[in-house]
Design a protein around this ligand. Structure first.
Ligand code: ADP
Length: 262
């Protein structure tokens, strides 16, 4: 049986294919057309695996661009897919923090990865991947360099966590001679505080899994642990959690185990 999950995110499109006990993944920038990015990335992975689209038994689409995907059999919300993917990647997870390009969400889950409760912030850009990209650019750095910059640095206090004002505040701090690393450490601490307050609104949880592209930032993971007083685990394929969850849901559909979805 071959099943696939296609997660069209605001920044990156992720595709996962499950073939027996093997999972294959591909990631590409979404660009301006979610529809094209979804289809193109799916086809690229098919070509890489040497299989035809017709051989895939079921495809689940997720992410903000899921409604534009005409080739998927079913569209499922990213909350459900991330929960399923994270529970699979880190068995025993009780909660998931997912921070992607334009939203952040915290999800309380059961042992099978079913959603018990969630809080999503998609109204405010502060603390999202794009916000970090813009701030990194203001510091003349790439988003992948932020963790190293902040490593072991004393965080500055930031007065504003509004995405609109943070960039100009960062520029002001640089002009005042503040160390880049201390500015980034301050940003990470502020972001971690915001996310931790979302987690706390869901009640006490431990065994927290951190997913999404932003979870690749190790310093932010450490800040989250400090704010939450709990272990925060980042799976190796953290950015693929939604796509893998979608593929697992596709497999459930084929196996007739998907009643709990509806
Ligand atoms: P979406 O699903 O909305 O497209 P993703 O979960 O794919 O979002 O995450 C995209 C974000 O991940 C980017 O905006 C960027 O900030 C962050 N990111 C990507 N690669 C790295 C990295 N190596 N280190 C830190 N952050 C990263």
């Amino acid at each position: 049986m071959l099943v696939a999950g296609v997660d069209v995110g605001s920044v990156a499109t992720k595709v996962a294919v499950i073939d027996g006990d093997k999972t294959y993944c591909r990631l590409a920038p979404t660009g301006w057309s979610p529809r094209d990015a979804g289809l193109r990335t799916f086809r690229e992975l098919m070509a890489e695996l040497g299989v035809s689209e017709k051989q895939v038994d079921f495809v689940v689409g997720t992410g903000y661009g899921r409604i534009s995907l005409s080739f998927v059999h079913k569209a499922v919300t990213e909350i459900t897919c991330h929960a399923r993917g994270a529970a699979h990647m880190v068995p025993g997870s009780a909660a998931v923090i997912d921070v992607g390009g334009q939203d952040s969400k915290v999800i309380k889950i059961d042992h099978r990865g079913r959603v018990l409760d969630f809080i999503m912030n998609d109204k405010c850009a502060a603390g999202t991947g794009r916000f970090l990209q813009v701030t990194a650019a203001a510091l003349g750095a790439d988003v992948s360099e932020l963790a190293d910059l902040a490593w072991g640095k004393k965080p500055v206090n930031l007065s504003s966590m509004c995405a609109v004002f943070a960039e100009s505040e960062v520029i002001g701090l640089l002009a005042a001679g503040k160390d880049k690393g201390e500015i980034v450490a301050g940003l990470h601490r502020s972001i971690a505080r915001r996310i931790a307050s979302m987690v706390q609104r869901l009640g006490p949880v431990d065994r927290i899994t951190f997913t999404g592209g932003v979870a690749r930032n190790e310093d932010l993971r450490l800040c989250l642990e400090a704010e939450l007083g709990a272990e925060v685990v980042v799976p190796e394929q953290c950015q693929m959690a939604g796509a893998v969850g979608a593929a697992l849901i596709a497999r459930d559909q084929v196996e007739g185990k998907a009643q709990w979805l509806s």
